[in-house]
Design a protein around this ligand. Structure first.
Ligand code: ZN
Length: 339
């Protein structure tokens, strides 16, 4: 299908599940009641995506407190209870992060239950998102390896086993989120792409990678203001991503200062273009969305263009997020009507 639609991954959590409009919300329930509430929240997420016309759906990441910690906190060798404070993403944020205290290994299934539930709840193409190895390492405090590269490869091996299991459960698209790729270009070149490829392995699914300028939260808005009139990070990154095993690259475009010419730098990939701005509560019109798709069409053939949100919508207001989903679906449908 032309201009296939998806979302970066997360949707807001309902107020009966967790504190609203927070990046690190506290759960409202525990035990079996929490699990049942998470399942209900997944049903709401899938309902809203399907009714908005989203083609490749996610579970809205309703069962994880934070996009990195759902996976990383469940690994052996990671202590998620005694956290330590550090600056992450090149000191853009301070965060209380789990610590690597020993050899990192995946000793049990982590997201299989969530994937199984979502798979049974929708007939659409299902995408499952996981943090990429560099972003995991950039969100932990390493007290064991003494090398970001070694820690990342240990995480990549754990991801690879997890990905194989998720694909066996019927997940169609695996997406690794690597916001850290937009910060540490030398490391991406030296080992970041290799670690990403190690995580994907030869999994029999569509492989996507998401690199963005982050959620619309205060620390990011301040950082973006310092990036100047033209954000040229993708110009350095995309030639590296183009040689990775990823089939699809998700990028930010709507409402950003990303120059559209970077779309030319991924000749071997499908590109999921961000047509919805998550840093603004303004609801795009279908025409706004089509206009961004038309920018992409000036650089890419239709068959390599997909449509997505710029980033996750976890910290947004629910009604705003759902309205933006509908704009995404309607805008892609509108673009399909043009030759
Ligand atoms: Zn993002």
């Amino acid at each position: 299908m032309r201009f296939e639609t998806t979302i970066a991954g997360s949707l807001p959590k309902p107020p009966w599940l967790a504190e609203p409009e927070r990046l690190w919300p506290t759960w409202r329930l525990e035990g079996s009641e929490l699990l049942a509430a998470q399942h209900d929240a997944v049903r709401v997420s899938l309902f809203e995506e399907e009714h908005a016309g989203i083609d490749v759906v996610t579970d809205g990441e309703q069962a994880r407190q934070h996009f990195v910690h759902g996976f990383a906190g469940a690994l052996e060798g990671v202590d998620a209870r005694q956290r330590a404070r550090r600056g992450i993403r090149g000191d853009r944020y301070e965060a209380d992060c789990p610590r690597i205290v020993g050899e990192v290994r995946r000793t049990r299934s982590i997201h299989a239950g969530e994937a199984r539930f979502a798979r049974a709840a929708t007939a659409r193409k299902l995408k499952f998102t996981l943090p990429g190895p560099m972003t995991i390492v950039d969100t932990l405090v390493d007290e064991f390896y003494g090398s970001r590269k070694d820690a990342a490869f240990a995480c990549a091996r754990a991801l690879r086993v997890e990905i194989e299991e998720l694909v066996a459960l019927g997940v169609d698209v695996i997406q690794l989120d690597e916001p850290a790729f937009n910060v540490y270009f030398d490391e991406v070149d030296e080992w970041g792409i290799a670690a990403l490829d190690e995580a994907f392995g030869d999994a029999r699914c569509e492989k996507a990678v998401h690199v963005c300028y982050g959620y619309g939260v205060e620390a990011n808005v301040a950082w973006k203001a310092r990036l100047g009139e033209e954000w040229d990070q993708y110009a350095a990154l995309f030639p590296m991503l183009d040689r990775s095993r990823a089939d699809i690259v998700l990028m930010e475009l709507a409402g950003s200062h990303v120059p559209p010419r970077v779309l030319d730098l991924l000749p071997n990939k499908a590109v999921a273009v961000g047509v919805i701005d998550v840093a603004s509560d303004r609801i795009e019109s279908a025409e706004d969305v089509r206009a961004v798709i038309e920018i992409a069409r000036a650089h890419l053939p239709d068959e390599r263009i997909k449509c997505t949100t710029n980033c996750g919508m976890a910290p947004m207001k629910r009604d705003v997020a759902y309205a933006k989903l509908r704009a995404l679906g309607a805008g892609a449908a509108l673009a399909r009507t043009s030759a």
